[in-house]
Ligand binder design. Structure first.
Ligand SMILES: *[C@@H]1O[C@H](CO)[C@@H](O)[C@H](O)[C@H]1NC(C)=O
Ligand SMILES: *[C@@H]1O[C@H](CO)[C@@H](O)[C@H](O)[C@H]1NC(C)=O
Length: 474
């Protein structure tokens, strides 16, 4: 499938970046190690030695990137004046530089980076900027480093099996049993690759999201895509939907936050399982919401009915909300979830017309690339079905996700989900304000933020506004 191709390319690009960075880091660690040895042999420990500005700047840049990926602080380099290195229970690099802080203000700073390669604590960084309070920060050790150490079992007994240890914990937490040691080895290899991807997602994150080990951490990207299942719309072809009428907000200015969950229009998080039926969950979520707004009663409707009876879509092999709205109209309505429960596989259609509790008469397409219109429509009507690029979701652990555009192209929608609200996160310490959408996913409540994803709002991140739609209820 076309969408697989592009997603894979994106992941390869990601791996390539990962490897480049990893190689760079190895180099630095090795250089650092041999320099330490040299210094320990040749000069008394504690002596400060000049350090090239170019190398210092590169090291500082890597450090700042890692901090930005974490909780900050955020600085940009303007100029490095000089740097020294010193061995005191690790390597202490002192860099004299002009930096720009998160307020876009420039300061002359001494940055001290204290690396203790044999400890598991990562690097300690101190920013001493003129007329500013001292800022302390820390970033954790890289996965590559741990892996490298795994190759030197004799020398370092502790971190040697960091990857193995993480994998073991992962197996327990997610109850993974592999048929034999060959499969386990293969899964461990995939897991290790995924740890690299996780590190790169964290390093390049522009929002506040954290990426880490999830239940998908032993899956290849192809296997992961089987948990999504959104087809792409045929380009240039009309969807069959009506243009959504977007009412302007009566109060003038839109509220800062809005959440349909607090108004009883969102059912609990469901789990599509190992079945590419996201499209059904996205569609049903929208209808549950509209129905609750209309009737004042939150009822759950049947995804399985769509898997079995919607011949326009392909059950666990994917589908499109556009098709599902039309199919519901033709089938003659939806049964409740309890009457037609979810099986995560296609079965014989056994729809019973006397149990149809909601009718669909058509659907609307929301304008693309206008997230203000989406806010207005959401408030006036209910939760919105959207397509999204799920690249950043495989390892999402929480926070406002704002990945690099190239890692999450808007053209590559592969997952159907539901927008149920929006809000704004303030990070005053890091001078960051992050507007976000609240997205209901269908991977169970253990994934993400109790089953939800917060994605950056305002620049069509991961294509959130590309395929927004909603049913029209009778
Ligand atoms: C359809 O549902 C009604 C109401 O529960 C029931 O009486 C009827 O037997 C069902 N029909 C079939 C074919 O199962
Ligand atoms: C977005 O939609 C709103 C509401 O329909 C409209 O007022 C506004 O002009 C649109 N903005 C753009 C850039 O199209």
């Amino acid at each position: 499938m076309k969408l697989f191709g592009t997603a894979t390319v994106a992941l390869f690009a990601l791996l390539a970046i990962g490897n480049a960075v990893a190689a760079d880091e190895h180099k630095e660690d090795e250089e650092g190690a041999s320099r330490n040895k040299r210094q320990q042999n040749e000069v008394p420990v504690g002596d400060r030695k000049p350090y090239s500005e170019k190398q210092a700047e590169a090291q500082l840049q890597r450090t700042l990137d890692k901090l930005t990926a974490g909780e900050g602080p955020h600085y940009k380099i303007v100029k490095v004046y000089s740097a020294t290195r010193q061995v005191i229970s690790g390597t202490l690099t002192r860099i004299d530089a002009d930096l720009i802080d998160g307020n876009e203000e420039q300061h002359r700073c001494i940055v001290e980076i204290w690396a203790q390669p044999w400890l598991d604590r990562g690097h300690e960084i101190t920013f001493k900027c003129r007329n500013q309070p001292i800022v302390l920060a820390r970033h954790s050790r890289s996965v590559e480093w741990a892996e490298k150490k795994t190759g030197h079992k004799k020398h370092n007994h502790h971190s040697l099996d960091k990857v193995e240890h993480l994998f073991h914990k992962f197996q327990i937490k997610f109850e993974r049993r592999y048929v034999n040691s060959v499969e386990r080895q293969m899964r461990l290899r995939i897991f290790r690759q995924n740890l690299r991807i996780i590190e790169q997602l964290n390093a390049n994150e522009m929002g506040s999201a954290k990426y880490g080990i999830t239940e998908f951490a032993d899956m290849t990207s192809t296997e992961y895509k089987e948990r999504t299942g959104l087809w792409q719309r045929t380009e240039g072809q009309p969807t069959g939907g009506q243009k959504a009428v977007v009412p302007s907000y009566p109060g003038g200015e839109l509220p800062k936050e809005f959440d349909w969950r607090q108004k009883g229009a969102v059912s609990s998080v469901k789990n599509q399982g190992s079945c590419g039926s996201c499209w059904a969950f996205s569609t049903i979520g929208n209808i549950e919401g509209l129905n609750a707004v209309k009737t004042g009663q939150l009822k759950e409707f049947s995804e399985q009915e769509l898997l079995d009876c919607d011949t326009k879509d392909s059950a666990c092999n994917g589908g499109l909300p556009d098709n599902a709205y039309k199919a519901i109209q033709e089938i003659g309505g939806l049964e409740y979830e309890s009457e037609y429960p979810y099986k995560a596989r296609k079965e014989q259609c056994h729809f019973n017309k006397t149990l149809a509790h909601v009718q669909v008469t058509g659907f609307v397409d929301l304008p693309k690339n206008n997230e203000t219109a989406m806010q207005e429509w959401l408030i006036a009507n209910g939760p919105i079905s959207i397509g999204i690029n799920a690249n950043a979701m495989q390892f999402y652990r929480g926070g406002v996700s704002h990945p690099w555009k190239i890692l999450c192209e808007k053209s590559n929608l592969d997952h159907g989900v539901l927008i149920v609200g929006y809000g704004v996160s303030d990070y005053p310490n890091f001078h960051k304000t992050l507007p976000y959408w609240i997205v209901k996913n269908s991977w169970g409540p253990r994934w993400g933020e109790q089953g939800y994803y917060r994605v950056y709002r305002g620049d069509n991140t991961c294509g959130v506004s590309e395929m927004a739609s909603s049913a029209i209820l009778a």
